[in-house]
Design a protein around this ligand. Structure first.
Ligand code: GLN
Length: 199
């Protein structure tokens, strides 16, 4: 059973921990570099990327996160976590930094403000069982992916059809939506398989 950390500076940590346990992993909160050293994979939760970034700096976690992700630690980010894993962001606050790792440009709050939270069907390549009823909350979208990354999931219907909302690059996975709050464990199962080296 792999031990997967959930970055516990801010955001929906508990929901990810539950989803990871349902997907067959042991979930632990990660706030300090020593805790980061002890995990086989890391989830960066949904929340608010500007707050998460400031706390990562305050807790002296930004550099350790960058180092471990660059050294190959598997990581999955949802929503704010997607922003944290992006090499480039648009519409960040002044000076906003990320952990990076995925060769993509992500636009913050692209789908609209808090009131514009919505659900839409999303298809994810290589994930069976039909489209996700994906929940988006002030979500980013992926403007573009570089040569090293692969667009994995798209909105499949409605006026946002075609938008890239899931990306993978090697051991790194990111979604604009929040599978941790809908009880659909397929994304977490995919990530657990990635951590085990099976996917
Ligand atoms: N808008 C948030 C941000 O910029 C992300 C929202 C979310 O994680 N639900 O970080």
């Amino acid at each position: 059973t792999p031990t997967i950390g959930v970055l516990a500076l801010q955001g929906d940590v508990r929901e990810h921990a539950r989803a990871l346990e349902r997907a067959g992993a042991r979930a632990v909160g990660v706030r300090r570099p020593e805790e980061l050293d002890a995990v086989d994979g890391l989830v960066i939760p949904g929340g608010e990327s500007t707050t998460m970034w400031k706390l990562a700096v305050a807790f002296e976690m930004l550099e350790p996160l960058r180092k471990r992700v660059a050294a190959g630690l598997p990581a999955y980010g949802s929503c704010a976590g997607m922003i944290m894993l992006a090499d480039r962001i648009e519409d960040g606050v002044q000076g906003q930094e990320t952990v990076g790792g995925i060769d993509m440009t992500v636009r913050r709050n692209a789908f609209g403000r808090q009131v514009d939270s919505f659900e839409a069907p999303v298809t994810v390549d290589g994930v069976d069982g039909g489209p996700f009823e994906a929940v988006f909350i002030r979500a980013p979208w992926v403007e573009s992916v570089g040569a090293s990354a692969r667009a994995l999931g798209h909105v499949s219907q409605g006026d946002r059809a075609g938008r890239i909302v899931a990306v993978r690059q090697g051991g790194l996975l990111a979604t604009s939506f929040h599978p941790e709050i809908t009880g659909d464990a397929r994304i977490h199962r995919l990530f657990v398989d990635m951590v085990k080296g099976n996917a």
